[in-house]
Design a binder for this molecule. Sequence first.
Ligand SMILES: Cc1cc2nc3c(=O)[nH]c(=O)nc-3n(C[C@H](O)[C@H](O)[C@H](O)COP(=O)(O)OP(=O)(O)OC[C@H]3O[C@@H](n4cnc5c(N)ncnc54)[C@H](O)[C@@H]3O)c2cc1C
Length: 451
Amino acid sequence: APAGGMLDTIILGAGMAGLNTAWLLEQQGQKVMVLEARQRVGGRVFTLLDQPGTPEMGFNAMAAGYGRGIDAAKRAGVELYDVAPRYRAAGGMALVLDGKPLTREQWAASPLNPFPAPFKTAMPWEIVNKIVAAKTPLADWTEWTDPKNAALDVSLRDFLKSQGLSDPAITLAYDTAPYYGTSAFDVSALMLEFNDGFIKTQALAGPQSLAVKGGNSRLPMAMAKLLKGDLLLGKEAVGIVSEADAASVRCADGSTYRAKRIVCALPFAVMRRIKFAPGLSGVQAQAVATLGTQPLSAAFFTIKSRYWDVDTLNPSMWTDGFAGTVQAQLFGTTDSEVTGLMVQGRGTLARYWDRLGKPAALELITHSIEAARPAAKGQISPVTLHSWESEQFSAGAWAVFGPGQVHTLAPTMAAPAGRIHFCGEHTATGARGLEGALESSERVAIEVLSA
Ligand SMILES: Cc1cc2nc3c(=O)[nH]c(=O)nc-3n(C[C@H](O)[C@H](O)[C@H](O)COP(=O)(O)OP(=O)(O)OC[C@H]3O[C@@H](n4cnc5c(N)ncnc54)[C@H](O)[C@@H]3O)c2cc1C
């Protein structure tokens, strides 16, 4: 790297996208600096390293076809291992409706079951993905953002209705625990069709789910160590200026930094609080102001005894109550030891937990689990609750394109604005999640180098 002189590029955000952008630019001889608002790197990759089984509050696992993620792990010297056998050992989830457990057979025959004949025996959480996988009208999933697919950029609710699901069926199968938005009205069907294509393609690479030994946070921590330039923590960017021959960033602590270019590796929802000069315009301004993000909160519980051996119900549960979804964690030294429970609230439930506040929410979750299965009484202890939506430096778990937003925003929203460039999970078009964050860092690095 050239000594002294102006920085080539300042990267805002030390999540996977920002860290990888910094590394790629350094490999090309650039002098870079990374500014991160939090006191830790990794962003949405966040492991509780001091808890049993090192629970993951954010990113869980790479699919077998995550070429970029696997490469980053290799380069950073962290070991990946296959957690798919542990997911399988967890053995699915028990269905708990109205506080009462139901077997698959009981559910199929239940008067509460609102699903049409072919789906009577499916569990509520299986239905939407099954329908999308079988009926997706998107000819080539890699072209999901192409304006030629504008007619498919409708709400998931419209798509599910067209496939014969009733409103009560959509409410139960989707809105109870949505992965995108708070209901099927909030998300474009194209988002689920893109997801479906990505998952099917990943499956071709193999059945593995790869996580980092000792906790996923070790990956961004090791990637940060590969950088030669400065990585400063506690640096919240609040103002960005693009000038004729340089760009500068002002941080909340009053410090300012200048470089030839700035890369914002930040979710758009957090960029709403950053002042840009000149202001962002057109589709980009609209995307920063309106692109949705996912309300999702995760609570970790430790356990005192194997109460599921007493009530013979799966420790993992999908509920329509205040406990949301409960996933047994099997991350001990053997792949059958349960190291705790990860309780997830998505959509309106995540927001309800936020309104209650953490202690009250953890108490409510505890009572809900104990009410559904009395054998758990006194056997589970809440450790912490993490709300991705209310965390100001994440503002949600991931981007959610609403109906109409895929073809209007996605194709151009990440274009450079003067000397400012944009990357991050929400700007990926060929991959999702962590692999998408890395994909976006490659695109932005090429953009900066060829500018
Ligand atoms: C619960 C959960 C489960 C997930 N599971 C999976 C999974 O199994 N597989 C998968 O592939 N993906 C998964 N993901 C998604 C994956 O974690 C993300 O797509 C990826 O980590 C996003 O990386 P990023 O760099 O784009 O954004 P981030 O990780 O959000 O990085 C942005 C960084 O910018 C920082 N920042 C914010 N504001 C400022 C500011 N003003 N100034 C300076 N810095 C700032 C943040 O602190 C953060 O470090 C999951 C995410 C969540 C939340």
